[in-house]
Design a protein around this ligand. Structure first.
Ligand code: BEZ
Ligand code: FE
Length: 302
């Protein structure tokens, strides 16, 4: 077969990829070719625009290393990450809603006892976070692993600070026998996603700002339950309706309540005001489990 033109090329490529042995690979390849060709037909790019697109993708790849993932940022800012999240986390009503993981999660964060201060000595308004973890029916889960991370008062994560020597504003806690956890830190600020690369150029060209509303990240796991990846957003933040990565859901917006100096909710004596974030999380039973297995999600998870 030869002499393909703009009317016959799509069918020719589809026939070629139909040879894929793996069915899922064939399905994905065929959809890719169909959608990509129809995208190109719709926009009818000039040769120069095609070169610009190749250059954009090349630079996006070149920007990636073990600290920076420009392709994930591209997926985030085009709403693809939240679409994948939505498809994969159709939550029962009682379960806590999910949102994007983001690039600032660090495996092996310090394991800390409840009540620890994770601010790492950073300046900011003290913040007490108290919460609980339960299954979707409301039964508390003891021993659930709660990873938390957030930005500082200036909107930077510890991993973005060149002078950072130790983990700050991140930690790993385990829920107590009543499914509760609590810790101290500083109130996070809104921040722009990294926008000094190709994704920043794209946002600028699209007339968009790079900001995310202030939030605290949570990753919560327990045996028999789906791992929950979510954030809690600061109510009233100016970017709640224009989050650059489309991650905000109403159920995740919380009051970070202003509290006066005095005895805090965890019994600590505070000589200055602080804010208090409280939230009860509910985990969804793992989908692949039969009801009997899923019941283990309801029991103590040590
Ligand atoms: C974050 O919240 O950490 C984040 C999420 C997506 C892209 C950039 C940052
Ligand atoms: Fe974040």
């Amino acid at each position: 077969m030869r002499n393909f033109d703009e009317f016959t090329i799509t069918e020719a490529v589809l026939q070629r990829v139909a040879a894929a042995k793996d069915l899922r690979t064939r399905q994905i390849s065929e959809a890719l070719v169909r959608h990509l060709h129809s995208f190109v037909r719709e926009i009818g790019p000039t040769q120069g625009e095609w070169e610009t697109a190749i250059d954009f993708l090349t630079r996006t790849g070149q920007m990636c290393d073990d600290k920076r993932q420009e392709f994930i940022l591209l997926s985030d800012t085009l709403g693809v990450s939240m679409l994948v999240d939505a498809i994969n986390h159709r939550m029962p009503e009682q379960a806590t809603e999910t949102t994007v993981l983001g690039p600032f999660f660090v495996k092996d964060a310090p394991e800390l006892a409840c009540g620890a201060d994770i601010s790492g000595g950073m300046n900011g308004e003290p913040m007490l976070v108290t919460g609980s973890v339960a299954d979707a029916r409301g039964k508390p889960i003891a021993g659930a692993v709660v990873d938390v991370w957030h930005s500082d008062d200036d909107g930077y994560y510890d991993v973005q600070r060149k002078d950072a020597v130790a983990a700050a504003m991140r930690g790993r806690f385990h829920t107590d026998s009543d499914g509760r956890f609590w810790f101290w830190s500083i109130k996070p600020a809104a921040y722009p996603v990294p926008h000094d690369g190709p994704v920043g150029e794209m946002l600028e060209a699209q007339g968009r700002h790079p900001w995310r509303p202030a939030h605290v990240h949570f990753m919560i796991g327990a045996p028999g339950c789906e791992q929950l990846v979510t954030h809690l957003f600061v109510a009233g933040d100016q970017y709640l309706d224009s989050d650059v990565v489309f991650g905000v859901k109403d159920s995740l917006i919380r009051e970070f309540k202003d509290m006066p100096a005095g005895i805090a909710a965890d019994g600590r004596k505070m000589d200055q005001p602080h804010c208090h974030l409280r939230h009860d999380f509910r985990l969804k039973a793992r989908a692949s489990m039969r009801p009997a297995q899923a019941a283990s999600c309801l029991t103590v998870a040590r």
